[in-house]
Design a protein around this ligand. Sequence first.
Ligand code: DGL
Length: 271
Amino acid sequence: MDPRPIGVFDSGLGGLTAVRELARLMPEEDLVYFGDTGRVPYGGRSRDILVRYARQDVAFLRTFRPKAIVIACGTVSTTALDVLQAENDVPVFGVVEPAAHAAARLTRNGRVGLIGTKASIRSGAYERVLARLRPGTQVTARACPLLVPLVEDGRSSPGDPVAETVVAEYLAPVKAAGVDALILGCTHYPLMRRIISAYMGPQAALVDVGEQCARWAKERLERDGLRNRPGHTGVHRYFVSDSTEDFSALASVFLGEDVAGGVEQIDITAY
Ligand code: DGL
């Protein structure tokens, strides 16, 4: 039994896709979320900058003495997981391994689509794990740099002409490749799930990396005896590095609970 909180971070709103699933699967766990809204998007940045940002994000979360860190960001998971795991004495979970397992399980025809930020696609991280789990898997990957800003701007609902056009343009080659599983390799993308799924059609199963990572984390915390005591009502705290208003409004809609009173702004450069 371990009452310490779980620390979760992302460049912005996207990591809430992991928070929602963590809260659903483990309602007794306290969660501390950091969204680096002052520096989003991460996806076009170099490895050096991403490692620096990720170290600061983790340093902030570590002030809460977490029992585990969830990197609810595809970009950081594909770029800095090894560094963060080596530097921290608590479990650090990324999204790549859990998502690749799910895709390998779901695909029937061995054709898997992958969309993510430029940094995630450049890393080749998903391809490496899939080659190990399911040799011969054909991965059609596409970087989608405009999707994160659209989501952060609240433009992710069906009927939004810009979002629909951008999704169709990015996904055309992925759909043409005949994939039957599509990894939404960035935690922001499930917020556009309805547009993506309408474009891809029912033959492509969508893999939500935040959701898969939350399940993975739950299994490992259980295995290692790190779960909180049953019956405790988990407390969720949210921190951002820019003003709280936009984040609070979008987060409340997405999580289905009013988080406005629980969001605080911090100076991440101080960590
Ligand atoms: N949610 C982040 C990810 O999963 C978005 C990265 C960004 O800020 O560009 O990659």
